[in-house]
Structures are given as structure tokens and as C-alpha cells.
Design a protein around this ligand. Structure first.
Ligand SMILES: *Cc1c(COP(=O)(O)O)cnc(C)c1O
Length: 390
């Protein structure tokens, strides 16, 4: 089992004690799509002695007279923009405390561009999107069915768009890596359906919730999934860092096409931050974008490809081990996530597994991220099989 090593003179006993508790639990955290291995970030400790507040918009023209990491935040936008094929001249974005905020900004942007649009989301969409609809007072929401793999179903999308007509304005949210099944929407095919129904590009905003998939798809060998700004209709996107990277604090980037943001009325100039602030936050975490940037650069594309391969190989091995026990386990292609029938409440609690109820059936999932080991997963498969038989 991995132990977190902290030099005793640097940490208070209370922190050490809690770190021990977390270290003893983390290899059993199988059900949440988080990489719990953030040990490498201990190297950034000197920054904990400072209050780093990225107050305002990193691209808002302010010079940041106080202690900020705006340079790192802008560089992060450039780096992730490159990974997700957003053209350098058309980039705007900033760091948020999580993809709930980035999804909120995506919906907010769509609500500002369009007139009383219909929000279109999948029945498996993250609940942040219904929150965003409430907060932005979006009055119309269409919920489209997903297929058994968890992808938005085109036939149901077509039927619902035909029923509402091509003259309405639409705010579409598609997904790269859904919460329950790590499903990747076939966005090109969904957009073809939208074109067939006759919705004009000028009457829609497309946000991609890539909270989970945004740091998976760029690192798949041969990049088989184009789920990013290489699709011209995608206007904005969310990507989380705590899910794949291994960082101590949750964090997400909101990315948008600059021309979409620039076409809206400019946000007011704020005297005390000396900039135009397009962000949702006020005071914002300046430590996390710095750590995130430097971890991404340290790992590099090759490092991230290797990690992605390892996570996918562990998922395949887990499916095989469970099937050998005649358990009905499966995974989506390119997904480090295994679906399996819901276990007993005891086993679910031991391995931090959520239970998803769909009609009469219930399932759970396992993410095979960095803090899991093949041996640990094989041990889990054996316990799961025994649990099913008991
Ligand atoms: C995790 C996740 C979110 C929300 O992200 P938070 O950082 O937890 O707010 C949104 N959408 C998807 C698909 C996710 O996996």
C-alpha cells in the first residue's frame, strides 16, 4: 500500500494523522473518477506560505499588482488549448474550482448569446447542468435518452428536435466521458442529426462537457476520438484536472472560442482589480493553476499517453477477471471505467462504489486510475465474486 511521505518538521501532527488515514483508504477508492495519487505535488509546498489570489480575468488586461499566477494560468489555457485543438488566435479561458463552474459558464455563455434557448442535455448528463439551468433561469430543458452504452441517442434527439422545430434556439451540451459509464458522445453524428432537422448554426450554442474525457482523448494512441474544438460547432468546453492529473485541490479549465466571448457586450471594468472580468468567480485559487501547469508539463504528452495506456490496460484486465468469475462486467472503448452489477452495501462501502439505479436494475462502476494497482483490482474481483455468491 502506498504511504504518503511528509517530512515531519514541515507538517503538524494533525495533518500527518489525517494524511495517514487518507493513505490507508485511497487504494480502496475505486468508484469515484479521481486520480487520488497527488504525492508528486508535495514539491510545491513553498507556495503554501503565500496567499495567491488570481482575482479577475487572466485575459482581462489587468496587470495584477498583487501575488498572482496569471502567467501560469494563461500558459495553461494555451497548453490545454493545444491539446484540445483550439486555434491560438481564438482562445479564451480560465481556471475554475471544478467543472460544475465550467459547465455553469458554458450554459451562461449560451444563455447570453441566444434568446430564450432550449437547453438540450442527455438523461445521463452530470447534475451540474440542471443546476446551471436553474441558476441561469433557463426555462426550457429537453432531456434526450442515452443508449445502453451511455451515449446520447440520435433517434431520440431527432424526434425531440422535430417536435420543437428548427426555428427555436438551442443550447446543446454533449459529453466526452460521462459520469456513470465514461461514455463518449458521437458529437459529429449528433451534429449531422441537428443539421438534418434544419437548426441553423446561428441559432445554437454547443458546449462540450469534457470534465472527464478532456484529459483522456488527447492521449489515446492515434487520437481515435475527435471530441474537442476540431469540431467547428463546439463553442465552449469544460475539462477537469483532479480526475486525471493527480493534484491536491479540485480544478477545471473553462475554454471558449474568443470570438464568441468577444461578440458579447464587454463585462464592466472593475477598478479594484483593474481589468474587465469575464470570470464567474471573484477571488480565485492561484496555486492550483500553477501546480496543474507544471504537472502537465513535467508529465508531457508521452507521460500522459503512458498513464492513459496503463489505466485502460487495468480496466481491460479487470473486465477479464470479472468475466472469468462469470460476472457480467463490461466497459466502453477507450474508457478506464468498468461497469458491473451492484454489490452488497458492505462491499460498496468498503470500495467507495456508487450505486446507479436504472429502472429495475442497478449497477456500479470502477475507475482504474493511478492510485489503483493490478493486484488490488484482482483482489477486488475475487471479493466481488464471493460477495455475489453469498
Ligand atoms: C466530474 C464531472 C463533472 C463535474 O465536475 P466537478 O469538478 O465535480 O464539479 C461534470 N461532468 C462530468 C462528465 C464529470 O465527470
Amino acid at each position: 500500500m502506498n504511504r504518503v511521505s511528509v517530512s515531519p518538521p514541515l507538517a503538524f501532527d494533525v495533518a500527518l494523522e489525517l494524511a495517514e488515514v487518507f493513505a490507508s483508504k485511497r487504494s480502496r477508492c475505486l468508484g469515484v473518477q479521481l486520480n487520488q495519487d497527488a504525492e508528486e505535488c508535495l514539491r510545491y509546498w513553498p507556495l503554501l506560505a503565500h496567499t495567491i489570489n488570481n482575482l479577475g480575468d487572466p485575459f482581462g488586461g489587468g496587470r495584477g499588482g498583487h501575488l498572482t499566477t496569471f502567467d501560469a494560468e494563461r500558459e495553461l489555457v494555451q497548453l490545454v488549448g493545444d491539446l484540445l485543438h483550439l486555434a491560438p488566435a481564438d482562445r479564451w479561458g480560465y481556471f475554475n474550482p471544478g467543472s460544475t463552474y465550467s459547465n455553469l459558464h458554458g450554459v451562461h455563455l449560451g444563455m447570453r448569446r441566444l434568446r430564450d434557448p432550449i437547453l438540450v442535455i442527455a438523461d445521463d448528463a452530470h447534475y451540474s447542468l440542471t443546476k446551471a439551468a436553474l441558476i441561469t433561469r433557463c426555462r426550457h430543458v429537453i432531456v434526450v435518452r442515452t443508449n445502453p452504452k451511455g451515449q446520447m441517442d440520435f433517434a431520440d434527439l431527432r424526434a425531440k428536435l422535430v417536435a420543437h422545430g428548427p426555428d427555436n434556439e438551442y443550447l446543446f451540451v454533449f459529453c466526452s466521458g460521462s459520469v456513470a459509464k465514461c461514455a463518449y458522445d458521437d458529437v459529429a453524428a449528433l451534429l449531422a442529426t441537428i443539421r438534418e432537422v434544419g437548426v441553423a448554426v446561428s441559432k445554437m450554442h454547443v458546449h462540450l462537457d469534457a470534465a472527464l474525457g478532456g484529459l483522456i482523448t488527447p492521449f489515446l494512441r492515434g487520437e481515435p476520438l475527435a471530441l474537442d474544438f476540431s469540431i467547428p460547432e463546439i463553442d465552449s468546453l469544460s475539462v477537469s484536472f483532479h480526475k486525471r492529473l493527480g493534484i491536491p485541490l479540485p480544478g477545471s479549465l473553462f475554454l471558449a472560442r474568443k470570438r464568441v466571448v468577444d461578440n458579447l457586450p464587454r463585462s464592466p471594468f472593475v477598478d479594484y482589480v483593474s481589468c474587465h472580468d469575464n470570470t464567474i468567480g471573484g477571488s480565485r485559487d492561484g496555486l492550483s493553476p500553477f501546480i496543474t501547469l507544471h504537472q502537465l508539463k513535467r508529465l508531457g504528452r508521452d507521460g500522459m499517453r503512458q498513464r492513459t495506456d496503463d489505466c485502460l490496460a487495468k480496466a481491460t484486465a479487470l473486465v477479464e477477471a470479472l468475466r472469468a468469475e462469470r460476472i457480467d462486467a463490461w466497459k466502453n472503448d477507450h474508457a478506464p471505467c468498468v461497469m458491473l452489477p451492484a454489490p452488497s452495501p458492505e462491499l460498496a462501502a468498503k470500495y467507495h462504489l456508487p450505486i446507479f439505479r436504472r429502472g429495475d436494475s442497478a449497477f456500479t462502476h470502477v475507475f482504474t486510475f493511478e492510485h489503483t494497482s493490478t493486484e488490488g483490482l484482482m483482489q477486488f474481483a475475487a471479493e466481488f465474486a464471493a460477495d455475489c455468491r453469498s
